[in-house]
Write a protein that binds this ligand. Structure first.
Ligand code: SF4
Ligand SMILES: [Zn+2]
Ligand SMILES: [Zn+2]
Length: 302
């Protein structure tokens, strides 16, 4: 297999574009596509401070590395925020990896933990609960990130969500019949107390992100979170991977198809002004925010 651009040995085949790329052209192509996503969606403005959520997994490691490169000539400050959920046998390794990449890139790093924020680790919160651990984890992590970003004076929060995550989220909500959830923040508008989120890797396939980490020597082999197989996402991921290998481009078309539906449904879903949570002041639809609601449900006082 040879590179479609220069004839050198190719290291990746982009079946959906019908291209093969060598290492140099792959890295160039990857960074150009991420820069294009950032620019096309006006994700970053001059003078901004961006809190990058760095878990130490491959996606967020690639995100920090790539943003550092593509924004190097711009007046933009990056600060890494790592959330320690408290998951035994998993998080310690990834936190070390997050520290290493922040040190390597000389990016200021802040670690916030569930224990400091809520008084308990995720491992202590979830035993015997009806809801899947990922539900608690996702809600508390978003809440902790938003609070940390505000403390750090960040203008945006950047997360490492990739094309696979986006396609899975759309499919999961289709399967649950929860179209409204997908439309809730469309079109996005500023809400008091909510630091805007950006996803610069949202068009990049997970496999290419892993390869980008590998060729740049920032590859971190981490174990899978022990709770991951318990989630609906794990089944949807397997299904989407199976479809993608049979029909290349399935993930892209899932996301693009949803974008078309969303465009046509604009204005059909009322976007309420968010209120402040009665307990913690974080943005919420009304009454208590989702995090305080879940903390109440598991009997934890904030
Ligand atoms: S797999 Fe679930 S529990 Fe584990 S870190 Fe991700 S969201 Fe949290
Ligand atoms: Zn080449
Ligand atoms: Zn709250």
């Amino acid at each position: 297999m040879i590179c479609s651009k220069c004839g050198q040995r190719a290291i990746v085949s982009q079946r959906y574009f019908g291209l093969h790329l060598c290492q140099d052209h792959f890295v160039q192509d990857f960074e150009r596509r991420v820069a294009d996503t950032v620019q096309r969606n006006d994700m970053v403005k001059e003078g901004e401070r961006i809190a990058v959520a760095v878990s130490g997994g491959k996606d967020s490691t690639a995100l920090l590395f790539c943003l550092r490169r593509i924004l190097a000539k711009r007046d933009v400050e990056l600060v890494a925020v790592t959330v320690d959920e408290g998951i035994a046998g998993y998080r310690d390794d990834t936190i070390k990896a997050a520290r290493d990449i922040a040190d390597q890139l000389a990016v200021e790093q802040h670690i916030v933990s569930f224990r400091e924020e809520y008084g308990y680790n995720l491992d202590e919160m979830v035993p015997g609960k009806k809801v899947a651990p990922c539900t608690y984890c996702g809600v508390f992590r978003k809440n902790a990130l938003n609070r940390a970003a505000k403390r750090l004076g960040a203008d945006k929060v950047a997360t490492g969500h990739n094309l696979d995550d986006e396609a899975q989220t759309i499919m999961m909500n289709y399967l649950k019949g929860d179209f409204e959830r997908l439309m809730r923040f469309r079109p996005w508008r500023a809400q008091k107390g909510l630091v805007p989120r950006i996803k610069p890797l949202r068009e990049m396939p997970e496999k290419e992100i892993a390869l980008y980490c590998m060729v740049n020597g920032i590859f971190t082999e981490s174990r899978e979170c022990p709770y991951a197989p318990l989630s609906l996402r794990a089944d949807v991921r397997d299904m989407m991977n199976g479809l993608e290998s049979q029909f290349p481009g399935t993930k892209q078309s899932t996301v693009q198809g949803f974008e078309k539906i969303a465009e046509r449904s604009k204005g059909s879903y009322v976007q309420m002004d968010l209120a402040a949570c009665q307990k913690c002041g974080e943005p919420c639809v009304k009454g208590l925010c989702k995090a305080c609601d879940l903390l109440d449900e598991i009997g934890i006082k904030r």
